[in-house]
Structures are given as C-alpha cells and as structure tokens.
Design a protein around this ligand. Structure first.
Ligand code: PML
Length: 252
C-alpha cells in the first residue's frame, strides 16, 4: 500500500485566536509523510514564536491526511527587479501588472488595499478589470494551502539559485506557482507584513515570479497578497482549488 501524505499547518496570533479577534502573527504549511510530522510540528511551533510581527499567544497546528494522487506543477521562473525605494518599487509593480493586463483601477485598488492591510490571514481577490473585491472573506481572506516543494526538485532548484535559498522565498514561490497555475489567476501582488522584510513580488504565468527589492519601508507592518482574477472566474471552484487541492512544486 502506498504511504500516505499529510498536510500540516500552523497559524499563530496575538491577543487570542484569529476567530476571536486576535492579530495574525504567522502561518505556514508543509506536506509530510507520517514520520516527518513531529519534526515539522516542532519547526512550525518555533516559527510561531519567533516572528518579528509580535509575540504569539495562540498557536493552532492542524494535520490532515491527503488524497493519494497529488498534482505536480513546475515552479515559476524567478527574476529580480532592483529598485531604489518603495515609490520606485510600487511604480514598477504597477507597470508590470499593467503589462500583464490588469487595469489601472484594479492596480490602484490592489496597492491601496495592501498598503492598509495588516491583519489578513489570507489573500484578497480582486477583479483584474473592475478592481472590485470578489471574495466575501473579510479580514480572513483566502488562505492558499496544501502546497510544498518536492524535496529533490527543491535541492536541484536551490543549487541553481543559491542566492535565493531561504524558507521565505521557497514558500513564496510554491504559493505563487500554485496560484498562477489556475486559469482564473491573472496576476498576484505580494509584499510581506513582516516589518523587517521589504522585498515583494508580482507573479503571473507570463512573467513568472518577479521579485521587486523594495515595496515598502522597514518598520511598516502592512502587507499581504492580492490575487487579480480574470473575468471568467468561477469563484467557488477557484477558492476550492486554492484552499484544498494538494500540489507539489517541482519537475514532473
Ligand atoms: C512573505 O514572507 O510574507 C512574503 C514574501 C515575499 C517575498 C519573498 C522574496 O522573494 O524575497
């Protein structure tokens, strides 16, 4: 019998649980074999208590067994745009999004939402043409889940991209690759809500994972993810894919 895969997830908040108004501090996820679960749980607990956004007093770890067949998709190609400051970075992000086909009002809305966002656990979904928000998840947003790098593919990728080997970048590429794989995604815009981390990215199937070195100033806790969606979107199936479909990132 084939060995089972599990999804192990962590979310941490300060001031109580997220569902009772706690402030989101950290979240992460791995796909694991049964024998890896204890190790990953320990790593995730350590992450929950060592985030510069604050001191977690609520940590939830959940484990779920996954279906046996898991989709495998390639990682988006990585590139970096070096900019001098946040203003140039946001201008650049806008230009790239426009080139992908996101409208000016949608770009303006996306940038304004991320600038103001400090407590979203998941992504905000925006119509790439009208700029209207299309999900109804409020402050929770849509949390992309159940993706991880295939171990061998990551080792190979890491050899070729040794300047970019951090768990933050690996996780961001895994998430962006899963999001871009959906036919309903036009583009993603992201910068971290970690006040010490100012590099963000724009991602899409056409342009890959394009890092932009400054998208905010140090000390600023605003950030999160915007998914610009196309006009053909089937919202239920899109959210089901993002939240529930297990995906490996790596060479087929
Ligand atoms: C996050 O950590 O919340 C998002 C990370 C975004 C950019 C990672 C990178 O490519 O440097």
């Amino acid at each position: 019998m084939e060995e089972a895969w599990y999804s192990i997830r962590m979310r941490a908040a300060e001031g109580g649980a997220h569902e009772t108004g706690g402030r989101h501090i950290s979240g992460a996820e791995r796909l694991a074999r049964r024998e890896q679960l204890e190790t990953y749980a320990a790593e995730l607990i350590q992450r929950a208590f060592s985030h510069s956004r604050g001191e977690s007093d609520f940590v939830n770890i959940s484990i779920e067994k996954l279906p046996s067949s898991i989709l495998k998709i390639p990682p988006l190609a990585l590139s970096t745009e070096s900019v001098q400051d946040e203003a140039e970075g946001r201008e650049k992000a806008g230009q790239i999004l426009k080139q992908i086909g996101v409208s000016d009002p949608a770009i303006g809305k996306g940038l304004a939402l991320l600038q103001a966002a400090a407590n979203y656990r998941g992504a905000i979904l925006i119509h790439g043409e009208t700029g209207e928000r299309v999900d109804d998840r409020g402050i929770r947003g849509v949390r992309v889940s159940r993706m991880d790098w295939d171990h061998d593919s990551y080792s190979k990728w890491a050899e070729e991209h040794h300047h970019f080997c951090s768990s933050r970048i690996a996780e961001a590429i895994a998430l962006a690759s899963k999001v871009s794989h959906s036919p309903f995604t036009l583009a993603e815009l992201c910068w971290s809500d970690d006040p010490d981390y100012i590099t963000g990215y724009v991602a899409s199937p056409q342009i890959g994972y394009k890092r932009i070195t400054h998208l905010k100033k140090v000390g600023n806790s605003s950030g999160g993810r915007i998914f610009f969606v196309n006009k053909d979107i089937d919202l239920d199936s899109y959210i089901r894919y993002l939240e529930l479909e297990p995906v490996w990132i790596g060479k087929k």
